[in-house]
Ligand binder design. Structure first.
Ligand SMILES: Nc1ncnc2c1ncn2[C@@H]1O[C@H](COP(=O)(O)OP(=O)(O)O)[C@@H](O)[C@H]1O
Ligand SMILES: N[C@@H](CC(=O)OP(=O)(O)O)C(=O)O
Length: 243
C-alpha cells in the first residue's frame, strides 16, 4: 500500500490530471492499494485554488472557522473531479472527506495540526476499492468543525495517512523531477539529488516555496516514513528520502 500526493500544480488541468491518473494506475498495478491525497486545483487566478478561495470575502477576517470551511472546499472539489476522471478511465474509487477520513486536528483555524488519524473507514473502503481519494490540507477538530492545517498542508495529510496506514512509502508528484540541490526556478544550475535523508532535506525547506512543507517533513522524520519525490510529467527516477 502506498500514498500518492498530487498538489495543486499536478491537478491544474485535464492534461495534467491524465498524467496523475497514469501514475495512480501504475501505483495500483504495483501496490494494489493506493491512497490518493489531492490539493486544490492550481494557483491564483485559478478559481478553485486556495489562493482564490481565501479571498472570496474580506469578512473571513471575522471568522477563521468560516474561512477554513470555504477554503477546504478547494480540495473537496479537486477530489470529486479526480474521482470522476478516474471512473472515466476505468478505475473505481471512493472519496472520503471530513469526518469519514478520520483526520483529527487541533490548534488554530488556518494553521491547525493533525493530532490523530483514525483510519477505520479508510481500511473498510480499501476492502471495496483499491483506490481511496482523500482531500488534503484539512481535518475535523474536537467540536466537529473543519480546520485547515497551514499552507502546503496536503503534504502533512499524505505523510500522516502514510504513517497511520503503515504505507511502504509516500510519493509526491511535482513540476520538478525530484529534490534538487536548490530551487530550480531560482538557481538554473541546480542538480537533481538521487537519494538523501530527511535531515539533509530540512535545510532546503527554509524558503518561501518549499518543495515539501517543513512541518510535514518533520512529521515524516518522527514517524520514520520513506518519501519519494518525482516529476509528474516524466518516467525519470525521482529522489528517495529516507528517514
Ligand atoms: N530544492 C528544491 N528542489 C525542487 N524544487 C524546489 C526546491 N525548493 C523549492 N522548490 C520548488 O518547489 C516547487 C514544487 O512544489 P509545489 O509547487 O509546492 O508542489 P505541490 O503543488 O505539489 O505542493 C517547484 O516548482 C520549485 O520551484
Ligand atoms: N491547497 C493548499 C494545500 C496544499 O498543500 O497545496 P499544494 O499541495 O498545492 O502545495 C495550499 O495551497 O496551501
Amino acid at each position: 500500500m502506498i500514498v500518492q500526493k498530487f498538489g495543486g500544480v499536478a491537478m491544474k488541468d485535464r492534461d495534467s490530471r491524465r498524467l496523475c491518473i497514469a501514475h495512480i494506475k501504475e501505483g495500483l498495478e504495483v501496490h494494489q492499494n493506493v491512497i490518493v491525497v489531492v490539493s486544490a486545483i492550481g494557483r491564483a487566478p485559478d478559481p478553485y485554488s486556495t489562493d482564490c478561495l481565501l479571498k472570496l470575502t474580506d469578512a473571513f477576517s471575522f471568522s477563521k472557522s468560516a474561512s477554513d470551511l470555504a477554503v477546504s472546499c478547494g480540495e473537496l472539489i479537486a477530489s470529486a473531479i479526480l474521482s470522476a476522471e478516474l471512473e472515466e478511465a476505468g478505475i473505481p474509487n471512493r472519496v472520503l472527506h471530513g469526518i469519514q477520513a478520520g483526520i483529527w486536528t487541533s490548534g488554530d483555524f488556518g494553521d491547525g495540526t493533525i493530532s490523530d488519524v483514525d483510519p477505520a473507514m479508510i481500511i473498510d473502503s480499501l476492502k471495496e476499492t483499491g483506490c481511496v481519494i482523500i482531500p488534503g490540507f484539512q481535518g475535523i477538530n474536537e467540536f466537529g468543525q473543519v480546520m485547515t492545517i497551514g499552507r502546503g498542508g496536503s503534504d502533512l495529510t499524505a505523510i500522516a495517512l502514510g504513517s497511520a496506514m503503515r504505507a511502504s512509502h509516500v510519493e509526491f508528484f511535482k513540476d520538478v523531477p525530484g529534490i534538487m540541490s536548490a530551487d530550480p526556478n531560482q538557481t538554473k544550475s541546480a542538480k537533481k539529488l538521487e537519494q538523501m535523508t530527511i535531515r539533509q532535506l530540512l535545510p532546503l525547506l527554509d524558503t518561501d516555496r518549499p518543495v515539501i512543507q517543513k512541518r510535514a517533513a518533520l512529521y515524516a522524520m518522527k514517524k520514520a516514513i520513506p518519501l519519494y519525490v518525482r516529476g509528474i510529467a516524466s518516467s525519470e527516477k525521482g529522489t528517495w528520502i529516507t528517514p
